[in-house]
Write a new protein. Structure first.
Length: 279
């Protein structure tokens, strides 16, 4: 079996008893960075052999791991910190296991995305996790387009050397008044969750060099403000053109007036009166 084992994101005490037991019982541990994982194993006196499995060797290593699993070995997959398959190549190995008929189970534990969300104080009812902002321009533009209109909370990971650039991109995309919580060094001694607007975050980090690993939690567009903005756009359209857009869809005049009234945030009676004046 392949065991996906969540490991601490900072504080070494944030690991479950089940994960520690599995790490000590499996035949081998596949680690994103063996230098990081050995610190955890040494702390808990776990002697299980390690092998490297990461983004740059996953193509050659995946078949090797699948072969070992099919031969009857148990393997634990760990990332540098947190839950495997979240912003790391774990998902590729899981997919390969299912294709080969190898059973997989996931041992829950720490995840920076959830830790940051709960610290942010922002709405957690609906949220989107984007990981790192894509380097590819087309992919990045697609993410930013969603960001400009989404009403749900959005979470990003970011490295310190790219933080200012990312904040400037956010400023250009959604403006400087959008609320953002910048979390750094989660669960560690110098953990901090800083609550800003995007403009305030830029001012702060232009004066204070970013250090540590960051998670950015951005508020969504206020749904009421977005609704009012949409209404304003409809009101700018000539009323006869607005009506024609619905009549062309096969609506009756009564149905079209009802739809137009809803779009513009007015009563159907007002639309009827305005149309009479235009005749």
């Amino acid at each position: 079996m392949l065991y996906l084992c969540a490991t601490p994101i900072g504080n070494l005490e944030d690991v479950t008893l089940r994960v520690l037991r599995i790490l000590s019982e499996v035949d081998v541990i596949a680690a994103e960075d063996t230098r990081q994982t050995i610190k955890l194993l040494n702390h808990y006196e776990i002697k299980t052999p390690l092998l490297s499995y990461h983004e740059h060797n996953k193509i050659e290593k995946t078949p090797v791991l699948i072969k070992r699993l099919l031969a009857g070995e148990d393997i634990a997959l760990v990332t540098d910190a947190g839950t495997p398959a979240i912003s790391d190549p774990g998902e590729d190995l899981v997919r390969a296991c299912y294709e080969a008929g190898v059973p997989v189970t996931s041992l829950p534990g720490a995840a920076a995305v959830i830790t940051a969300l709960t610290l942010s104080g922002m709405s957690a009812r609906r949220f989107t996790f984007e990981g790192f902002l894509p380097m590819d321009k087309k992919e990045r533009e697609a993410v930013l387009q969603r960001l400009s209109s989404t009403t749900c909370t959005t979470i990003f990971y970011e490295a310190p050397h790219r933080l200012l650039k990312t904040l400037r991109i956010f400023q250009e995309t959604v403006g400087e008044s959008r609320r953002i919580t910048v979390c750094k060094e989660l669960t560690k001694k110098h953990e901090n969750a800083m609550h800003f607007t995007i403009g305030e975050a830029l001012d702060f980090f232009e004066e204070n060099e970013p250090k540590g690993e960051f998670v950015l939690v951005m508020a969504g567009v206020d749904s009421e403000a977005l609704f009012l903005e949409e209404q304003e756009k409809w009101r700018e359209m000539p009323l006869d053109k607005h009506m024609e857009s619905y009549l062309a869809q096969g609506m009756s005049k009564k149905e079209a007036m009802k739809a137009v009234a809803k779009d513009r945030g007015v009563s159907k009676r007002e639309i009827y009166a305005a149309l009479l004046e235009m005749e």
